[in-house]
Design a protein around this ligand. Structure first.
Ligand SMILES: *Cc1c(COP(=O)(O)O)cnc(C)c1O
Length: 414
């Protein structure tokens, strides 16, 4: 084989990120390759939640809004997410979910391009990104969605430069199925050259590697995948400083008001990034997220990326070597530059294969119609885990464990 298990153990011993694994709760005997869907909990999350409940909520009651920094959590937490996506202070706020952040970003972009009536949407994007735009168009009327497939046909869809009709483009940097990554700088430049605004969804990017959103107009993303903020942890939105006071978004809630405690009858937007907050922050969820950001503050993202590339490349090599005869086909790019921190394969019986694999302690997930996804969170996945996962996958395929009837029944969440 390409590499032995002992080699992998040696790679782990030399891994500059190895100490981070001790900061996460990971069940014994589980290889957790689903950190791209729900990150593992930081050990510090329980104590952080308990502290907010006991000291802040129980100890200060409603006074917590003033004395425990609750009111400012969207901005203070946004400033902690900002360095991970190449943004500066005052450019990111955290709150609500990614779906809601998409409505904010797209509606704010449309306001900046009056006269342009087209939104470009990607057929390969995560469905909620498409559904939210469809709902927005239905509500606003008089807008049109132009579908592209990834960046194929993007230039034609953008049309003729300054005379174009496209207001904004919404793409995900990393394809949730294949794990492939767009060239964000190149695409952003093409979109802006056509007079349109670029909105990136970073759900599968933030915490996977260093992102640079400084040229982009808007970006959104969740914090419960690679950022380990916990189930349902709040999303972030980045707004380029040149747009913040130049536009308004659709969700004009009281927390984005210039004077929320003046209780005025009419909406007036706050200045700056605060304008992009909507409503009461989910204080308990912020506690868990901030416990994770305490870890992220100490991570060198270039070291993280190097390990991520090494893990995903190793998994591709081993899985192809061991599983090639059994109908497994690589769906991700072979070029590590074009990959996120995820590897996907297709298999005609992908669903039962994944169920059988999970039963043997290797947790990936399945995306219809035939994709097996494996996420590699470099803070807690080891080279030996990659080795064991590939060997177990080969065993499931070779011995056809997946043919057992019980693996065919679909669970609600795949
Ligand atoms: C995970 C994910 C979402 C999730 O949206 P929610 O509003 O948090 O449910 C949205 N878009 C993409 C691209 C995702 O990967």
């Amino acid at each position: 084989m390409t590499i032995s298990r002992a080699d992998c153990v040696a790679l782990d011993a030399a891994d500059p990120l190895k100490h981070f694994r001790d900061e996460f709760v990971l069940p014994e005997g589980t290889i957790y390759l689903v950190g791209n869907s729900l990150g593992a909990p930081p050990k510090a999350a329980s104590a952080a939640l308990a502290r907010v409940v006991e000291e802040e909520w129980a100890g200060r009651l409603v006074g917590g809004w003033n004395t425990a920094g609750w009111f400012d959590l969207p901005e203070t937490t946004g400033d902690r997410v900002a360095p991970l996506i190449g943004a500066g202070p005052g450019q990111v706020v955290v709150g609500e979910s990614t779906s809601i952040a998409i409505v904010k970003a797209v509606s704010a972009a449309l306001n900046l391009r009056p006269g342009r009536r087209v939104i470009i949407s990607d057929l390969a994007n995560f469905p909620t990104d498409r559904y939210m735009v469809q709902g927005l168009v239905k509500a606003l009327g008089d807008y049109e969605i132009r579908d592209v497939n990834g960046t194929d046909g993007l230039d034609e869809a953008l049309g003729d430069g300054a005379d174009g009709d496209v207001a904004c483009v919404l793409l995900s940097e990393v394809d949730y199925r294949t794990g492939d990554r767009h060239d964000t700088a190149g695409v952003t430049a093409r979109v802006q050259a056509a007079g349109a605004l670029m909105i990136w969804d970073l759900c599968h990017s933030a915490g996977a590697y260093q992102v640079d959103m400084s040229p982009a107009d808007f970006a959104v993303g969740c914090t419960y995948k690679y950022l380990n903020g916990g189930p349902g942890s709040p999303a972030f939105i980045y707004v380029h400083p040149r747009h913040q006071n130049a536009t308004e978004h659709l969700l004009t809630g009281w927390h984005g008001h210039a004077a929320p405690f003046a209780f005025e009858p009419g909406y007036r937007p706050a200045d700056g990034i605060r304008r992009f907050t909507v409503s009461t922050p989910h204080v308990l969820s912020f506690a868990a997220l901030n416990a994770s950001l305490d870890i992220w503050e100490r991570v060198d993202l270039s070291v993280l990326r190097a390990k991520s590339v090494a893990l995903t490349s190793l998994f591709i090599d081993l899985a192809e070597e061991l599983c090639a005869p059994y109908g497994l086909t690589l769906a991700s790019s072979r070029d590590p530059e074009r990959r996120g921190s995820q590897v996907s394969f297709t298999h005609p019986d992908g669903y039962p294969v994944m169920r059988a694999l999970i039963d043997r302690g290797v947790h990936g997930d399945f995306r219809a119609p035939d994709i097996l996804r494996f996420g590699f969170a470099p803070l807690y996945i080891r080279f030996a885990d990659v080795y064991d996962a590939a060997v177990t996958l080969a065993e499931v395929l070779e011995k056809e464990h997946w043919r057992e009837e019980r693996y065919r029944q679909r669970l609600t969440v795949t």
